[in-house]
Design a protein around this ligand. Structure first.
Ligand code: ADP
Ligand code: ZN
Ligand code: MG
Length: 499
């Protein structure tokens, strides 16, 4: 090959650029009441505008009161994300006009957030990657607008105030992500963490977990960031990845054509698979932030923060590693068990009941049969099939009382009725015949009925014993313990050799 050959003129544009992504996630907190009033915060399935009071309606003359539970959940999350919790924090007013914000301002946090400088490790194609967490702060959600069109085609909007004032935790990530796929992994890892911490349902489809994605491109090798675009309106993990993939292509094409990327907010249009410009990005001064005069600053004692830290549950990543080491599980199975904290808890209860030597079969039956019966990992813990029942079923197999082939039936029946497996095995006559005396008689009958097999075996064809085992299994309608049957048959055949 000639050393002077020129490089191909038109490489695919995206390969010339490095993608830079930083995510901002809003998660509603699972508190009983709203952020600054006593209204119920869990508004799912409640009729519109029923969880409302003068405070969350933003009426003049009302005073907000800080929800301690929300502060604790935010600190819990921040600690799990390895953030620093400053001693002194405060709330600020973020002013803007929009119909979903009746007060004309949102109580949020500006320059002294509840926490900052943390990180979250994610598993990427190139191993574990540490993604910086800029801050985790606390604010209030706004009312929900429904945009409608009447019979004459006129548009109008409806407002539901139930969501107004629900505690909202904002998690701001550093621009450390380098691909839409890694952005997806970051969100998955974060959602799992929030669920493990019990601070949020983190369900994206009902708006409890919302993501704004910031993305820019820079020439490969450059260490300066390019102008970023903020993308909104994604309602699923898939949509986030699709929007980011679209946006990286769009920006690459623009840059390749010599255009400049303008800093702006764009909306993802799911049906068309494109982003469209919404507005040029506002600067912080547009919000005229100032300290919330109706709330005192929050001083978080070090003792309290340490108490919250000691109460942290084992985090998903650590627990997954422990499952692999302690129970000898495949990494993939450990990951599946960790998909829901309640499933992981269920698993460990079953292992505790059966004994650690049964850890792997329990994982297998749980992931294969029980999750399917329950209709999903998160529903297993609520099923009538308890961890004790699963443990009992697995022990019945290990003891040779039931054959592996009967387990799906036992589990399904126990799932339906909540009956213990031993009772089901008894009622349905599923126990294996391992009783040697009972089996010995059946073995003798099988031998008497098949003299040719005896001759074959004694003549040097050991496979003939297998045929006889099959005959015994058939005679017992599958309930003979195959290993015991085999032992008895070989013994009976050998006794004929010497006689
Ligand atoms: P803004 O002032 O527009 O809110 P911030 O600096 O607060 O910007 O960052 C908001 C989000 O944008 C963060 O998640 C951050 O990681 C991300 N971000 C910042 N700069 C870039 C960039 N050049 N490219 C991609 N994402 C970025
Ligand atoms: Zn209220
Ligand atoms: Mg910002």
């Amino acid at each position: 090959m000639m050393a002077t050959t020129a490089a191909p003129a038109s490489a695919a544009p995206t390969t010339d650029y490095e993608v830079v992504i930083g995510l901002e996630v809003h998660a509603q907190l699972l508190t009983a009441s709203k952020m600054f009033c006593t209204c119920d915060a869990q508004y799912a399935d409640t009729p519109p505008n029923t969880l409302v009071c003068p405070v969350c309606l933003g009426l003049p003359g009302t005073l907000p009161v800080i929800n301690e539970q929300a502060v604790e959940y935010t600190v819990r999350t921040a600690l799990a994300l390895n953030c620093d919790i400053p001693e002194y924090t405060k709330f600020d007013r973020k002013n803007y006009n929009y119909p979903d914000l009746m007060k004309g301002y949102q109580i949020s946090q500006y320059d002294l957030p509840l926490s900052q400088h943390g990180w979250l490790d994610i598993e990427t194609d190139s191993g574990a990657t540490r993604i910086g967490i800029t801050r985790v702060h606390l604010e209030e959600d706004v009312a929900k607008l429904y945009h409608r069109r009447d019979d004459l085609g006129e548009t109008y909007s409806l407002m539901d105030v139930n969501r107004s004032g629900v505690p909202l935790m904002e998690i701001v990530g550093e621009p450390d992500l380098r691909s839409p796929e890694d952005a997806g992994r970051f969100l998955q890892t974060l959602r799992l963490l929030l669920r493990h911490l019990g601070v949020s349902t983190a369900n994206m489809e009902d708006g409890a977990f919302r993501c704004d994605a910031n993305i820019s491109l820079r020439p490969r090798g450059s260490d300066e960031f390019g102008a970023k675009v903020e993308v909104k309106n994604m309602n699923s993990f898939r949509a986030v990845q699709r929007a980011l993939a679209y946006e990286s292509e769009r920006q690459a094409a623009a840059l390749t054509a010599g255009e400049r990327i303008t800093q702006e907010t764009r909306g993802w249009v799911e049906e068309r698979g494109v982003t469209v410009s919404q507005r040029s990005k506002e600067q912080a001064h547009d919000y005229r932030y100032f300290p919330e005069p109706d709330l005192p600053p929050l001083v978080l004692s070090r003792e309290w923060v340490e108490q919250v830290r000691t109460q942290l549950p084992e985090l998903p990543a650590a627990r997954r590693r422990r499952f692999v080491e302690q129970y000898g599980l495949a990494a993939k199975d450990a990951g599946l068990l960790l998909a829901s904290r309640s499933l992981a808890d269920y698993y460990e209860q079953a292992v505790a009941a059966a004994g650690p030597e049964h850890a792997r079969p329990i994982a297998n039956w749980l992931l294969r049969d029980v999750v399917r019966l329950a209709g999903g990992a998160a529903a297993v813990a609520d099923s009538k099939l308890t961890p004790d029942h699963l443990a009992a079923a697995v022990k019945l197999v290990a003891a040779g009382t039931v054959s592996v082939r009967s387990v799906p039936e036992v589990l399904a029946a126990s799932f339906e009725s909540g009956q213990p497996p031993a009772q089901i095995v008894e009622q349905r006559g599923l126990s294996q015949v391992s009783d040697t005396d009972a089996l010995a008689a059946i073995v003798e009958e099988a031998l008497d009925a098949n003299p040719k097999s005896i001759a074959d075996y004694l003549g040097g064809k050991p496979a003939a014993a297998k045929f006889l085992v099959g005959q015994v299994m058939r005679a017992t309608r599958g309930k003979a313990n195959p290993r015991t049957a085999n032992e008895l048959i070989v013994k009976a055949l050998e006794s004929r050799r010497t006689s």
